[in-house]
Design a protein around this ligand. Structure first.
Ligand code: FER
Length: 275
C-alpha cells in the first residue's frame, strides 16, 4: 500500500515537473480599457506570387508606432475554420496587447494576422475539411516566406532578421507554425504552436536535427488545453523534445479547443517575445 502511494506521488511529480508551471491571465486582461494608448489595425493587400492573386492580412502596430524605430514581428496564424479575421474577432489580440503595453509588460512589436489558407478562394466556407482546403494550409509556407514577409518588411518599420521574427498559431495554425518555423530556423527564432492540429509533422520530421533548435531558437513553445482531444500531438512533440534535451516550454493548461485557451496563450507568449 505504502509502495503504491510512493509510486503515485513519484508519477505525479514527474507529470508536474515536465510541464511548465501554469499561469492564467488575470480577469480583465481581454477587456477594453479606457484612457490607455492603443495600437492601430490595418488591413493590407499583398500580391501573392504563390497563389497568383492579391491576398489580405491584418497588421496591428503597437501604441506609439513610429517609422523612425524598427520593430520585431509576430506572425500569428488562425485555425481550420478561420481566416485573417479569426484572431481579431475572437481572440482580440489588439485589446490583450494594448492592456499589456499599458502595464509596461511588452517589448514593442508588430503583429501580422495572415490568411493561412493559401488558395484563390480562401474564405472559410463550404466543407472546410475538403482536401484542397486542407492542402492550402501547407501551400501557405511559400506565400508566407516569399510574399507576405517581404511585403511586411518593405512596408513597415521592421527589424528584418531571424532574431526579430516570431511564428505562432492556433490548431491548424499551430501545426503550420511548428512545420514552417522549425523547417526554417534561419528565418524564425521564436516558434510556437497552441493546440496544434494533425497537420503537425511528426517530431522526427519536425526536428531531424535537434541540435539545430538548441543552437538557433530563442523560444520553442508548445501548449494545449488538458481537455483538448488534440492533446496527444502536443504531448508527443514534448516527449521528443525532452528526450533530445531541446529547451522548450510545454504548457498544459485547463481547458478545451477554444479561444479561452488561445487568448491565455497569447497573453503568456507575448510577454516572452523579443526579450
Ligand atoms: C483534424 C482535426 C482538427 C484536422 C484538423 C483539425 C486536418 C483542425 C482544427 C482547428 O484548426 O481548429 O483531423 O485535420
Amino acid at each position: 500500500m505504502k509502495g503504491i502511494f510512493i509510486l503515485m506521488v513519484t508519477v505525479l511529480s514527474w507529470t508536474v515537473s515536465s510541464a511548465q508551471k501554469v499561469k492564467i491571465a488575470p480577469t480583465g486582461f481581454d477587456t477594453k480599457r479606457e484612457n490607455i494608448a492603443r495600437g492601430d489595425i490595418d488591413t493590407i493587400s499583398y500580391k501573392s506570387t504563390t497563389v497568383g492573386v492579391k491576398r489580405k492580412a491584418l497588421v496591428y502596430t503597437p501604441p506609439g508606432y513610429s517609422k523612425s524605430k524598427k520593430y520585431p514581428v509576430l506572425y500569428l496564424l488562425h485555425g481550420i475554420g478561420g481566416d485573417e479575421l479569426e484572431w481579431f474577432k475572437n481572440g482580440v489580440p489588439h485589446i490583450i496587447l494594448d492592456n499589456l503595453y499599458a502595464e509596461g509588460k511588452l517589448e514593442p512589436m508588430i503583429v501580422v494576422l495572415p490568411n493561412g489558407r493559401a488558395m484563390k478562394d480562401d474564405r472559410a466556407t463550404g466543407d472546410i475539411m475538403a482536401a484542397d482546403k486542407v492542402k492550402a494550409f501547407s501551400t501557405f509556407q511559400g506565400d508566407l516566406l516569399d510574399d507576405l514577409i517581404p511585403f511586411v518588411e518593405r512596408n513597415y518599420a521592421v527589424q528584418s532578421d531571424q532574431k526579430h521574427r516570431a511564428l505562432f498559431g492556433l490548431s491548424m495554425g499551430g501545426g503550420q507554425a511548428l512545420n514552417f518555423g522549425l523547417g526554417n530556423m534561419d528565418v524564425f527564432a521564436w516558434v510556437g504552436g497552441f493546440s496544434s492540429a494533425p497537420n503537425t509533422q511528426t517530431p522526427e520530421q519536425l526536428l531531424p536535427n535537434p541540435q539545430e533548435a538548441k543552437n538557433k531558437l530563442k523560444l520553442l513553445w508548445i501548449s494545449c488545453g488538458d481537455q483538448d482531444r488534440l492533446m496527444e500531438i502536443t504531448k508527443r512533440t514534448h516527449e521528443y523534445l525532452a528526450q533530445h534535451q531541446v529547451p522548450h516550454r510545454y504548457y498544459v493548461e485547463p481547458g478545451g479547443h477554444d479561444f479561452k485557451v488561445w487568448k491565455n496563450d497569447l497573453y503568456q507568449i507575448s510577454q516572452l517575445l523579443f526579450k
